[in-house]
Design a protein around this ligand. Sequence first.
Ligand code: ZN
Length: 312
Amino acid sequence: MGKVKIIEVGPRDGLQNIDFFVPTSKKIQFIKRLAACGIKEIQIGSFVGPQAIPQFRDIKEIARGVNTLQDVVLSALIPNIRGADIAIASGIHKFIFFFSVSKTHNCCNVRQTPQQSIEELKRICREYLSDSGTTLQVAMATAFGCPFEGNIKTDSVLRAVEKAAACGVQEITLCDTVGFGNPQMVEDKFAACRKRFPEIIFGAHFHNTRGLALANTLRAYETGIRSFDAAAGGLGGCPYAPKSSGNAASEETVFLFEEMGIKTGIDLKKLLGVCRFLLKTIPQAKIASSLFQAGLPEKHRYVADNKGGKTK
Ligand code: ZN
């Protein structure tokens, strides 16, 4: 029986784009409810300046409110070494460092060229990666296409991975920031990355901008990927990626895998409860999830057997 890891990015990617400021206590409740579903890793927010993303002006309070949670890895986005220092002081020991494969998107998103981002990544790795309690994951935005530059070649992704790997990074997520990816592209890029860098753990981050998030998720799984970012209720977007929309919905991603007999370790009923919580608590957020609207199927469930499957 297969197994996958779902990384919940709703509190970070899901909330960053909402104009309305979500009260700190509600963000903390959101994270605690997600942890209670059995989710093993949650991105709690971003240690960026309040001008960059006003939604996270309370990131230190959020971190303090959740950093004693057990059995869950809490991570946060850090744009630079200063963000890393504050994250550590707030009890967060897993960093997500973002940069875009596309130069134009990187300049808009973090106001640096990709090369400057790599220099910053080197400094963070030198400072923190020797500390055994700290881990770092690189999230590579626009790996499947850029709203400004269009097509992003696999070679460009491989070069970016090579630079991150040279800094000592072992976990890299390829992000379809604006939903340009399709299953064939997903297979091509992940297969090339895994072949060239077998020592790196690759993860996938899909947005459902054009309805292909789950198709891409499945193809990534078939290409050997076992780590998937997703957001409860399909929340999400990128402030610097025009018209980008929600992440792959966590509950639909869990449903996809569990229905095929691939374990996620996540309690789906509880996760749908988190969606209800979101609907009530953040009515400004768009809950884009067919599964949440339809509910779980009550009587029909596919159970694999030796003859290729049966229904009960
Ligand atoms: Zn995203």
